[in-house]
Ligand binder design. Structure first.
Ligand code: TYM
Length: 351
């Protein structure tokens, strides 16, 4: 596979220095804690794919591998996990010619900005973050400082490129609010307009939550309810057929319970409108058969993920290509990051 050799560093720098003011900077990432599932795809990656095609945006999409260190991965797993997310990104269609695709650990400017922003983040506000409270509940034996300051590292990821838009799922909205707070605090303290305010973004309107099929909440890597882009057809069918349902509606036009809403929400994402309408009507007139609904959903997911899975299988074999993409992404990401960091150090009076 060919890696493009074009040089967008100059263009990126000029974006940061304001010559292309109308262009917006887009930054987003996914933690390297497993392969990508439908929640990652529809919450985040689908937006990445559209944004990289839009000339109004300069996109940085990265693998948040430092973020995975909170759970102490083994050294031999660290690299593999980073590569897994890269491979899935490329399999989904992220194009290193159109977006800067890089690994967080290749950009040392990020941890430096993280250190600086840590001085502006307060223990109380960090302790109130929902994802922190959740982690404290789930892994009380390992409540490390990295978990507490997770939103600060995330803010550094975003602010280092002076992002305007951050395509993420709904679970990241609170972190984005903190990134705006830290950026504004910095601007205010040093009386400088270094950081714009980054906002969450989704093409369909507000950020979304893709549900799991276990009737509870969102699809998540650690919730054991993920349908992965790499899952084979049989695995997908098995997972979908296990979806939680009930005995079915007995009154026409009754409110759907959450577990059924979840199945419909996934069908809306992967299926066509006519199919969704047909099953909605069957629900409303109480003739729906959940077995058929699940079969339909499984086949639609298989159809949707098959081409992505096929590309992933090709890219897995091409380790040279993976390496080249990461190297090229690191160069471009560092060019943008070091421009921001120089400005940060200058306004702070460092050197
Ligand atoms: P992570 O790795 O948990 O998830 C990556 C992206 O996928 C979205 N997502 C979902 N969206 C909708 N429904 C779901 N069920 C679902 N599950 C996951 C997430 O919202 C996210 O957009 N902290 C981030 C990674 C990160 C980051 C950043 C993101 C680190 N630095 C800077 C943006 C900008 C995280 O843990 O995402």
């Amino acid at each position: 596979m060919q890696v493009p050799s074009f040089n967008i560093v100059e263009k990126l720098n000029s974006v940061n220095f304001g010559y292309f003011r109308r262009m917006e900077i887009v930054v987003s990432g996914i933690r390297s804690t497993g392969c990508l599932h439908l929640g990652n795809y529809f919450g985040a990656v689908q937006n990445f794919l559209k944004m990289q095609e839009d000339p109004a945006y300069h996109c940085y999409f990265f693998i948040a591998d430092y973020h995975s260190l909170t759970t102490h991965p083994k050294p031999e797993d660290f690299k593999k996990n980073t590569r897994d997310v890269l491979i899935d990104y490329l399999g989904c269609g992220l194009d290193p010619e159109k977006a800067v695709v890089f690994a967080q650990s290749d950009v040392p400017e990020i941890p430096e900005l993280y250190l600086i922003l840590n001085m502006l983040a307060y223990k109380g506000e960090l302790e109130r973050v929902a994802s922190f409270k959740d982690k404290v509940r789930k892994q009380e034996e390992n409540v490390n400082a990295g978990l507490l300051t997770y939103p600060v590292l995330m803010a550094a990821d975003i602010l280092i490129h002076r992002a305007h838009k951050v395509p993420v799922g709904k679970d990241q909205v609170q972190h984005l609010e903190m990134a705006r707070n830290f950026g504004n605090r910095f601007n205010h303290l040093y009386n400088a307009e270094v950081f714009p305010e980054p906002y969450p973004f989704n093409f369909t309107g507000a950020p979304i939550t893709v549900p799991g099929l276990d009737g509870t909440g969102k699809m998540g890597k650690s919730d054991g309810n993920g349908i992965y882009l790499r899952d084979g057809a049989d695995v997908i069918r098995k997972k979908v057929m296990k979806a939680v349902t009930d005995s079915g509606p007995t009154t026409p036009n009754s409110e759907m319970p959450d577990s059924i809403k979840n199945i419909f929400q996934l069908l809306t994402l992967v299926g066509d409108k006519a199919t969704v309408d047909q099953y909605t009507e069957a629900y409303n007139n109480c003739t729906i058969r959940y077995g058929d609904l699940k079969k339909q959903l499984a086949e639609d997911i298989v159809r949707f993920t098959a081409p992505i899975k096929a590309r992933i299988e090709d890219i897995i074999k091409d380790t040279d290509y993976q390496q080249k993409v990461l190297r090229m992404g690191a160069d471009k990401a560092r060019a943008s990051a070091s421009a921001t960091l120089s400005e940060v150090r200058r306004v702070m009076g460092i050197q």
